[in-house]
Design a protein around this ligand. Structure first.
Ligand code: CTP
Length: 415
């Protein structure tokens, strides 16, 4: 029996990327031979085993043929006579279809090394279409390697287009779609994931609320890029610079969903889009089965991002209301993520990328001042029951008023 390193580990070694997971293929062995050597069989559908010492995954070389819709409709053949080349040809991309033997020799029947050099994401064979999730995988790899100059091959994009056209993306399980999406959100250029999906007509299946944003205009004075879809991608790009957290990036992606629901006759203005976006965030998040923290932050971002932009026009009372409504006192970390989304929104416009966003710093100070007001002290003053909360609120408002007058003495006189 021969053992080869395969898949992402070979690709990332050749790219000089860190390798987090090593997958192996075993050629010329039976399950019995492996279990005899101490390997533990996992997975009922595929002959996959765990190495007794390293815990790495070892799979018997196999061929697969799709026999129905969905993930489990596969006919798997993994007898001893399956060759390495047969196993590699069923894989998604040429750069993922290379193997390495124990001497470090690369086995590359489908020119993965050439595509790595030319920075092309190209499917190996028509077998690509047997797993529609690969459409999302390609988009994710495009997001990961975008900064290196990788592009999706024209013929692969065409194939992705035809897969999207069959409606097969809809048949994917939400859990698999979310797993790819959250990984894509964590990649270096997450916006490219959504751009590639849109390019192949595969965005509307799972992300219709995002897909409709293209073609919706904004006032050119505030948004030189005009288009809401383009703006959303720019915001996501900025969010990825400000934070490596998928939850923050997801909220950036969702902050303007309401613009897809404002009456056309008001365009390019979008009065009320902040609140209109909230049920749309909910719909998208429930379809994707996101963890609740993703949905919560995205809803806050949708509802309150304009408050932050206009912070300097707000009354102290309203600023405290924003802090209270967003639960900033109990969830300061999430509030910080919200501030990053607002900053990404501000910067995610043509010509605004390098501008300062002083609102975030001011809001942090407001929170800090309000945090100095302690319930115990209010109680010690003799307040009871409902009155405690009211007094805390009142003191917060005067603390913010004081802060604003320090920042800008003239503005506070107007208030
Ligand atoms: N693979 C595939 N089609 C899929 C999933 C996986 O062809 N739908 C193959 C590819 O050869 C891939 C390998 O199985 O390289 C391992 O898959 P996985 O661990 O999911 O991805 P990696 O390529 O290792 O990428 P990552 O670095 O994102 O884990």
């Amino acid at each position: 029996m021969q053992v080869y390193l395969v898949g992402g580990a070979v690709r990332d070694k050749l790219l000089n990327y860190p390798v987090y997971e090593e997958d192996w293929v075993v050629v010329g062995a039976t399950p019995q031979e492996l279990t005899k050597q101490g390997y533990k069989q996992v997975g009922k559908d595929f002959p996959v085993f765990l190495h007794p010492d390293t815990g790495d995954e070892y799979a018997l070389a196999r061929t697969e043929r799709k026999s129905g819709k969905g993930y489990y409709g596969f006919e798997v053949y993994a007898e001893k006579d399956v060759t390495l080349e047969q196993d590699l040809i069923r894989r998604d991309l040429t750069i993922n279809a290379m193997a390495m033997d124990q001497n470090g020799q690369v086995i590359d029947p489908y020119n993965g090394q050439k595509d790595l050099k030319q920075k092309i994401l190209r499917h190996v064979s028509p077998a690509f279409k047997e797993d529609p999730l690969r459409v999302l995988r390609v988009a994710r790899f495009a997001a990961r390697y975008h900064h290196l100059g990788f592009k999706v091959a024209a013929e692969t994009l065409e194939l992705m287009h035809s897969i999207a056209g069959t409606g097969e993306l809809n048949a994917l399980a939400a859990e698999r779609v979310w797993k790819e999406t959250v990984r894509a959100l964590g990649e270096r250029s997450p916006q490219v994931f959504f751009e590639v999906l849109r390019q192949c007509g595969g965005l509307a299946d799972w992300f219709p609320e995002i897909d409709v944003l293209w073609g919706i205009p904004n006032p050119a004075k505030w948004h030189p890029e005009v288009d809401t879809g383009i703006h959303t991608m720019m915001v996501l790009e900025q969010a990825a610079i400000l934070s490596d957290q998928p939850v923050t990036r997801y909220a950036a992606l969702c902050h303007d969903l309401g613009k897809g629901a404002t009456p056309r006759e008001n365009h390019p203005s979008h009065p009320g889009h902040e609140k209109l976006g909230v049920p749309l965030v909910e719909k998208l998040s429930r379809r994707l089965k996101t963890p609740t923290e993703f949905e919560r932050l995205a809803k806050i971002a949708s509802e309150y991002h304009l408050h932050l932009h206009r912070l300097e026009e707000l009354k102290s009372k309203t600023i405290v209301k924003v802090l209270e409504k967003t639960n900033a006192f109990k969830q300061p970390q999430r509030f910080e993520q919200f501030l990053q989304v607002c900053e990404a929104d501000f910067k995610g416009r043509t010509g605004f990328e390098k501008r300062d966003y002083p609102q975030a710093a001011l809001m942090r100070k407001a929170l800090e001042r309000c945090n100095q007001i302690k319930a115990a002290e209010v109680i010690a003053q003799g307040y009871q029951g409902k009155k405690i909360g009211e007094e805390i609120h009142r003191e917060r408002v005067s603390a913010v008023k004081k802060l604003l007058s320090e920042q800008n003495p003239e503005a506070s006189i107007l208030e």
